[in-house]
Ligand binder design. Structure first.
Ligand SMILES: N[C@@H](CCC(=O)N[C@@H](CS)C(=O)NCC(=O)O)C(=O)O
Length: 277
């Protein structure tokens, strides 16, 4: 069990603002605390960074399941003792603190799992039977080993280099395998309802759409049944409100995202994202 640390205990660091204002601030070297719903405190504290696709997974889960929460924007790269304690030593967003249960949950996938177990009366995002749930977890792990590292490798590689070509090939292979295991008719991975597998990939699919054309002149193929199915999925996801509300509905989101990823496009940025999990 993690110790619950209320954000108000950040000495002189927390500013509570509506999320629009918080987001609109240039946040270099500052820590802001923002609330997404209203100024009343919620028992779920959600530590996030607006640009982070892992945090976006957790945020989408909160929004989709309609769970009241306080959104707290933090710079996870600033390793203050308070932040290291809140994040249980990971130093990474997302983290949620459930003050009702006195539990701290870091990691995007652990958060999605926790929310589904802890809020069973809200829309489920994992299948009900153990076998189907294990299958969903397999396809989420698959993203971490066969898709996400190659997105970052392609983004970081010099356009036209051998590294870029290898990353492109592996990214397309990963997406093709993932897609050929989707439901054959309905848009989402397991059919007509979006779930954790869809939510987990969506922020990365969004970065494939926004960042790779901009920085690498690359767009995914669209010819053939597998790629048609992938684009059917992406069209459904990009109309999915929890994805929009955690990204494109925010002011100047695309422009800001492109700006944020500039260092990645020349080989910099966070290193571990290219590692195969
Ligand atoms: N495996 C983690 C990865 C989270 C992650 O990499 N978050 C980044 C921001 S996008 C972070 O907090 N980076 C700070 C650091 O690594 O020092 C998850 O799924 O939640």
């Amino acid at each position: 069990m993690g110790k619950s640390l209320h954000p108000a205990k950040f000495p002189g660091k927390v500013i509570r603002l509506p999320v629009e204002k918080c987001y609109a601030q240039k946040q270099q070297h500052r820590t802001l605390a923002c609330q997404t719903r209203n100024m009343n405190m919620s028992n779920i504290k959600f530590y996030s960074a607006w640009y982070c696709p892992f945090a976006q997974r957790a945020w989408m889960g909160l929004v989709h399941k309609n769970i009241d929460h306080d959104y707290i924007e933090i710079d996870p790269y600033e390793k203050t003792p308070e932040w290291m304690e809140i994040s249980r030593g990971t130093g990474q967003v997302p983290v949620i603190i459930d003050e009702n249960q006195n539990i701290t949950v870091p990691d995007s996938i652990r958060v999605l799992e926790y929310l589904d177990v802890q809020f069973p009366n809200e829309t489920s995002i994992y299948p009900a039977t153990n076998g189907a749930e294990a299958n969903a977890k397999f396809w989420i792990d698959f993203q971490g080993s066969k898709i996400i590292p190659y997105l970052y490798r392609l983004l970081k590689a010099e356009a036209g280099s051998e590294a870029a070509e290898n990353a492109r090939f592996s990214l397309e292979q990963g997406l093709k395998t993932f897609t050929s295991n989707m439901d054959k008719d309905d848009p989402y991975f397991f059919g007509k309802d979006p779930g954790a597998v869809d939510i987990a990939l969506a922020p990365f699919a969004q970065r494939i759409e926004i960042l790779l054309p901009h920085y690498k002149g690359y767009t995914l193929p669209d010819i053939g049944p597998i790629w048609k199915r992938y684009h059917q999925w992406w069209n459904a996801m990009s109309a999915f409100k929890p994805l929009q509300e955690t990204s494109t509905a925010l002011p100047d989101y695309v422009e800001r995202l492109v700006e944020f990823y500039l260092p990645y496009s020349t080989g910099g940025g966070q290193a571990d994202v290219t590692e195969i999990k």
